[in-house]
Design a protein around this ligand. Sequence first.
Ligand SMILES: Nc1ncnc2c1ncn2[C@@H]1O[C@H](COP(=O)(O)OP(=O)(O)OP(=O)(O)O)[C@@H](O)[C@H]1O
Length: 886
Amino acid sequence: MPELVLELNGRTWALDPSRSYTLGRDPQGDVVIDDARVSWRHATLTWNGRSWVVTDHGSTNGTYARGLRVQQADLAPGEPVHLGNATDGPRLTVAAGATAADTGAYAGTAAPQPQPPAHGAQGAWQQGAAQSAAPAQAAPAAAPAAQPVPAQPPAPSDRQSGQWQQPAAPQGRVPHQQPPAQAAPYGEQPGPGGSGGPQGPGHGPGSPGGGAPGPAYGDRSPTTFHQVALGRVMRIGRALENELVVSDLQVSRHHAEFHATPDGRFEIRDLGSHNGTYVNGQPLAKSGTALIGAGDIVGVGHSTFRLVGDRLEEFVDTGEVSFSARHLTVTVDGGKQILRDVSFGVPEKSLVAVIGPSGSGKSTLLKALTGYRPANQGDVLYDNRNLYKQFAELRQRIGLVPQDDILHKELTVRTALKYAAKLRFPADTTAQEREARIDEVLRELKLDIHKDKKITALSGGQRKRVSVALELLTKPSLIFLDEPTSGLDPGMDRDVMQLLRGLADDGRTVLVVTHSVAELALCDKLLVMAPGGAVAYFGPPEEALNFFGYESWADVFSAFENYRDYDWAGRWKGSQHYQMYAADLDAQAPQPAQAAPVQPVRQPKPQGWGAQLLTLIRRYLSVIASDKGFMALMVILPAVLGVVSTLVSSDFGLRPGTRGPNGSAAVILLILAVGACFAGAANSVRELIKERVIYERERATGLSRSAYLMSKVIVLGLITVLQGAIIGGIGFGMRDLPEEGLVFGSSLVLLELTLPIMGLGFTAMMFGLIISSLVKTAEKTMPLLVMFAIIQVVFTGCLFFLHGQTGVNELSYLMPSRWAVAAAGATAQLNVLFPNQDDPTDTDPLWDHELGVWVFDMGILLALGVLCGLVVARLLRRHEPEVMRK
Ligand SMILES: Nc1ncnc2c1ncn2[C@@H]1O[C@H](COP(=O)(O)OP(=O)(O)OP(=O)(O)O)[C@@H](O)[C@H]1O
């Protein structure tokens, strides 16, 4: 029987095949390896009757055989296995030729005899004299953790001695959780699903970034594999007639195909898929091709393919993925760091809570973790794939529930989800397929009994469930939530947290930023942020208070407040908890300060532009139609404005008076123009700000900016133009009108006068959109709306003669009311009705009674509207995830 030789610092051990051995930094383990790249409980060694087998426990830095990261490997003579690093990590080798007689015998010569079991657990071998000490000594510098905070009031009893205190006894936990005693450091919980089952790929490509691929996820067992042959085309898609059928709604019916080139190489071709085909995380051009070599990862929906010899291995991401952040640092303009060197990691099926005082960088961290605002330094690893570099592909696996609801509350639960599904799933999914998925999610979240209720009619907790349901539609593996329980009562708080616990148990990783500390015990891990954006603690929630030495979170937060300048991060890094839960992640060198900043890449859109536009228009109309009061107002408001204008007494309406001038014509025009300005701008001024969170989220899932904007322009434009028709129809229709028009002769003078009012309403609506995209809160829109309308009043030219007023007249060219009044004034001969009183011979050329002038005035009016549209598109960009900006 071969003796296992652990080659580490020149020492060797002979191990007993009748038992297994744990390897890692845990001083209580069997083979203690004091190397920061090695995880606390890194791997196990067992004799399977034929060979020694090393099984990785989901370690952070991996176990490597022949340069590939492995989950399990046989140890063969001459084929060493490395821990923590493929080339120079601690090395395990089997010495050939050893016999069973050697078993249990210490084979080294240069090193001391193996130490007696330090803790008696399993007759552990310690790694030499230096490691034979008690665990507290083995853990580096635990003492600083126990240093009382300077000038801090007497701490609770368990830290009086100033020594490191053992973690508190576990508090009661819900059945979902593993007992804290078993809570292992990152990557070391095998997880209820076991670690060798079919899982998603990506557990450790040699180069997790988007650059040259390295050996890919060798530690994952493929879900299935397919034989590829020269001349054989393997088409991947949702439809049953494909060679590789992928039952995933993110995948198009005919998505992509593998085929061999005549020279024996393999190629992947995108078949015009909706959600894109990715090679090493980078999207292929629509219908584009790429050569595939060994180690390249092809991503199609939740599936990933890899070519191994003549075999195509398929890995399905069922959600059980690890997630880690390494050295995340965010620096804002001025050089201030608002997130400092944050590292943590969690294995699959984890629920992680992030807490911290206000301003400690929780939101910044969430943005960095989701790619909304990538960190300036550091990486986010999704199952060891670099999220920032492979965002285009991995974003589809991430769900984000912002603090504000991401659904239109006026809709019923089912209708809201229906539109969301339509926008997020590929265009070739059928309504039945989407409905089926919606039903599935509603059932899972126990919302089926509420599906026909309006979201406004639901309780806060149920509403949050609906937001979660929306995100679950696309089966994300990672779900982030920003303060989902804020504003909820304690019962709902627990309800939502238990929901999240269930989501994690069902095979997802869930990270929740929260202010509520009542239900932290439901979480697997707790990340506590300190003022300044650094980590103050990461580990099991039940050990956290003990770690800080306080009895309540209120005390901890008070300490943060009272000792803002205290080095909380230093305290954490000097602690044993740090050694157990984060040191192995920190051992990785940080990425250089964004040498290659995250570049926005072409993001495939699940739906074509036209389909998105149609869905958005339909959704918007549904939202409007759901509010009958609003619809009634849409008609009443312009009617009232039109009728009010008729109160202006005028003997001649819009015709010249007996002696020519007719000042009341200018007043009528002024009232109608201001009415159109108000109505148009009021329609749109809150539209973008109230939907900003929804837009931000949908943009990250592939929504087209221009389709979104166009849907607003079309619907609001239509409403505003109709309102303009009502204002003008009533306002002008009740008056004497000129006998002859410029465009339609004498037949449609009313229409000719009303068109500028309609155009003005449209352009004012576009100005309203600018305001809506500029402001930070909806409250700010009202003062700006009033300001806009008053400015329009001044620049109509109906209060004082603008032509010839240097500066003021030029400024008026920017005002839509100037051009609308000018167009109507051209028809009504405003130069005659409202002449310059100082010099009646001085006429305004914009009011000349000529067809060309009318057309020019109207052209400029509408051009201003188009210009506003371009400005809005530009401003919308500011509210998008950074990686989506282009
Ligand atoms: N773009 C920015 N420029 C400058 N400072 C910023 C920027 N964004 C955030 N900050 C600052 O960074 C700190 C962390 O902000 P962040 O919103 O992440 O905190 P938080 O923990 O989420 O707070 P809260 O609990 O109140 O939501 C705050 O002091 C904030 O003022």
